[in-house]
Design a protein around this ligand. Sequence first.
Ligand SMILES: C[S@@+](CC[C@H](N)C(=O)[O-])C[C@H]1O[C@@H](n2cnc3c(N)ncnc32)[C@H](O)[C@@H]1O
Length: 266
Amino acid sequence: MTKEILDSDVYKLMDDIQDTSLIYPDYYLNPFHAYDEGNLSWLAAAEAEAATMSMVRRAIPDASSLDEANQIVRGNWLQAIDQHHTMYSGGTMIEDILDVGCSVGVSTRYLADKYPSARVTGLDLSPYFLSVAKFKEMNSSPRKNPISWKHAKGEDTSLPSQSFDIVSISYVMHECPTKAIVNLVKEAFRILRPGGTLAITDNSPKSKILQELSPVLFTLMKSTEPFLDEYYLTDIEATIKEAGFVNVQTILTDPRHRTVTATVPR
Ligand SMILES: C[S@@+](CC[C@H](N)C(=O)[O-])C[C@H]1O[C@@H](n2cnc3c(N)ncnc32)[C@H](O)[C@@H]1O
């Protein structure tokens, strides 16, 4: 998979996608996932989808295939979003969806497949990841509503206020310091419409499997995730409530991950 991307003409897409005036937050310029340039490299972008697959496989080790593991991890996450929106949105249609920290577009494609009549935007700080996301979409079957890709900070998107029905932030928060987590939540509140749904999915501090990871493995994981401690010490539900959201719900959507959903008051 990595070779296919690296040998392709994905590089040509960068100019169109990259916002050259964007100033990266300092925390984003740390080495991540054992890449010296963090998420700002072609190798990290080319390996990202395979890394996502192994994350899903590890979450459901007993699944007989990657598809089965995805059905649980991604299926339960989508179901949590759908159930929350149905219960609390007051019947508002899902017309606009933003996937913050979309990486190479895996979560964005799941959202677009689930809600084919919605306009879906994938937003990320890495223009390398966004180029790969766009490249993969260009080489897949066309959609009625093509996905848009935006190079921006999730905590300062420059998108209009009250312009989305769903803001999804999946597997992003564990890569961020507390200050960024708080600002990502505040920005989601600003850009969601009244009745709109925020969905954050990430490692669950209550997961027995994560709690019981061997110290060696945990230390290894922390060595490639500089803000993991800050993530675990941040009370996500309280942060969401403080930003003004209501109906804050947390579900363990698979043995390792929780999905926290909340509504902007109508
Ligand atoms: C693990 S990946 C997300 C995976 C993807 N959402 C999924 O579910 O498969 C985390 C992504 O968040 C992005 N990211 C981290 N901090 C961000 C921020 N403040 N604003 C936008 N994107 C950010 C990174 O560039 C990276 O692509």
